[in-house]
Design a protein around this ligand. Structure first.
Ligand code: F0G
Length: 463
């Protein structure tokens, strides 16, 4: 095993370091988040990102086939023999001029990084391969997570495919989309539906892991984030290694945005990029903790000296008002994002911004993505709705090159899609309950016809 990887607390006043094989979800000394760190000077790192193209030729080697491990020199914590891969990361960056036109960007400016193509249908597989690899290195037997659905689908998929760990899943009852729940069940995950929401499930899984020693697969586990860096490596790959001006990503538990910032910090430090894209993190207005903390409370990374008092007061007020996360984008229906501080670091390093977009805008953006022939789940479309907003604000310019991360597949949440397209607006609140969204600018309603050719032709002509 490489001895050049270790773990380190992100709090500069603590900066405690820990062995690679310790299982940590926070710094045991001060309670802050931990990072995986490398002694880069001791490691063999390619001199240019082009070097990785030589791996394209050898798709029979599972490590070269993987969209994560073909960048293994940039994720150098395991020995090759320790890597657990199921062929994750076979995703693509797609230029979309049609969508660019709709949201006010010049042709050739908008790219969609479509992570729905992963085996479990979301970006989570990128991180899961790294966390499973670390879990195997530590000898873990049981894997646990709290989830809004995709983490659990991915974890159960990896557990089933590798046969190495028993998967235990904590979800908020009624809080996860059916496509995701169906995956967890089909892959054989023991699924515990907790009376509560994701924030409750997250608190309970942490207690359970602490008491039982189960291996935590959420992004408090820094190894998850190591794998998720690869999403950015593939965006760069798709753009011929030329960094875009913007990366736009939905923000839930803030694992992705944290991982992306770390990827750019490391690539920059290693001299593999000379320009850093700005990262825009997009909340839903129904789950907008980061947006409020940054834009209203002025919370900043501040060289790692984050003002804990501001965060504490914010959560206290949230509890006093009994404000729970509530959005149709159930994947990001999270009010206590565990990676908050690392996301602040990303914003600081990349000159990033945070915005919140309402459910109506998310669903309209989702329908627009569908019209472009890709399709994504609601949370993913927050990136497109956020790009549109930032374009309207003039923060993003028409000629800026923008890569939106589409985090999950269209089929993850078919209820949201069918409801958006089929219900008359006045029926939406009662019929849909928490999916009570009235706007449907791109609605495409199914039409009824009698079972005879004449009626069918009439309906087709009328439409
Ligand atoms: N998009 C999708 C489709 C997701 O499933 C998630 C998170 C996010 C965006 C937000 O990403 O947490 O890195 O900011 N889903 C987690 C889950 C919370 O349990 O599946 P993040």
């Amino acid at each position: 095993m490489t001895t050049h990887a270790y773990q380190k607390c992100i709090n500069p006043d603590c900066a405690a370091t820990f062995d690679l094989l310790q299982v940590l979800s926070k710094c045991p000394n001060c309670g802050n988040l931990v990072d995986v760190q490398y002694e880069w000077d001791e490691l063999d790192v390619p001199e240019s990102l082009q070097w990785f193209e030589k791996r394209w030729a050898d798709r029979r080697n599972p490590l070269d086939f993987s969209g994560v491990w073909r960048f293994r020199e940039l994720i150098p914590f395991p020995r090759q023999a320790d890597v657990l891969t199921i062929g994750e990361g076979q995703t693509m960056l797609k230029q979309s001029d049609g969508l660019a036109r709709e949201i006010g960007l010049a042709p050739g400016s908008l790219f969609l990084q479509y992570e729905g193509l992963n085996l479990s249908g979301s970006f989570k597989d990128n991180g899961m391969t790294a966390a499973f690899t670390h879990a195997k290195m530590t000898g873990a037997k049981t894997a646990a997570c709290a989830s809004t659905g995709n983490t659990s689908a991915s974890m159960a998929c990896f557990a089933a495919a590798t046969g190495l760990m028993e998967p235990i899943i904590f979800v908020g009852s009624g809080k996860i989309a059916y496509g995701k729940l169906s995956q967890a069940l089909d892959f054989g995950g023991k699924t515990v539906q907790i009376e509560g929401d994701f924030d409750d499930a997250m608190a309970r899984v942490l207690e359970t892991c602490e008491q039982t020693g189960m291996y935590l697969m959420n992004t408090l586990n820094p190894f998850r984030l190591e794998g998720q860096k690869a999403i950015m490596f593939r965006v760069l790959e798709g753009l011929g290694w030329e960094p875009p001006d913007w990366i736009v990503v939905p923000g839930g538990n803030l694992g992705n945005s944290s991982a992306f910032g770390k990827a750019f910090m490391e690539l920059h430090r290693l001299g593999l990029i000379n320009r850093v894209p700005r990262v825009a993190i997009i909340n839903s207005t129904g789950a907008d903790t980061l947006s409020r903390l940054v834009n209203q409370e002025g919370l900043r990374w501040n060289g790692g000296h984050v003002d804990d008092g501001v965060i504490e007061r914010f959560y206290k007020q949230m509890d006093a008002e009994n404000r729970r996360a509530n959005t149709i984008a159930s994947a990001i229906e999270i009010n206590r994002p565990v990676n908050l501080k690392k996301a602040l670091r990303t914003l600081d390093f990349t000159g990033g911004v945070v915005r919140a977009v309402p459910d109506e805008a998310i669903l309209d953006a989702k329908a627009l993505v569908g019209r472009c022939g890709i399709g994504c789940e609601p949370a993913s479309a927050a990136s497109v709705a956020g790009t549109k907003l930032l374009r309207e604000e003039g923060v993003i310019s028409a000629n800026d090159r923008v890569a939106c991360v589409l985090t999950g597949h269209q089929l993850k949440d078919p209820n949201a899609t069918v409801n958006y397209h089929s219900l008359p607006p006045e029926q939406i609140p009662e019929k849909l309950g928490r999916y009570g969204v009235r706007s449907a600018a791109y609605q495409n309603r199914p039409v009824a016809a009698a079972n005879d050719l004449d009626s069918i032709l009439k309906v087709i002509e009328r439409e």
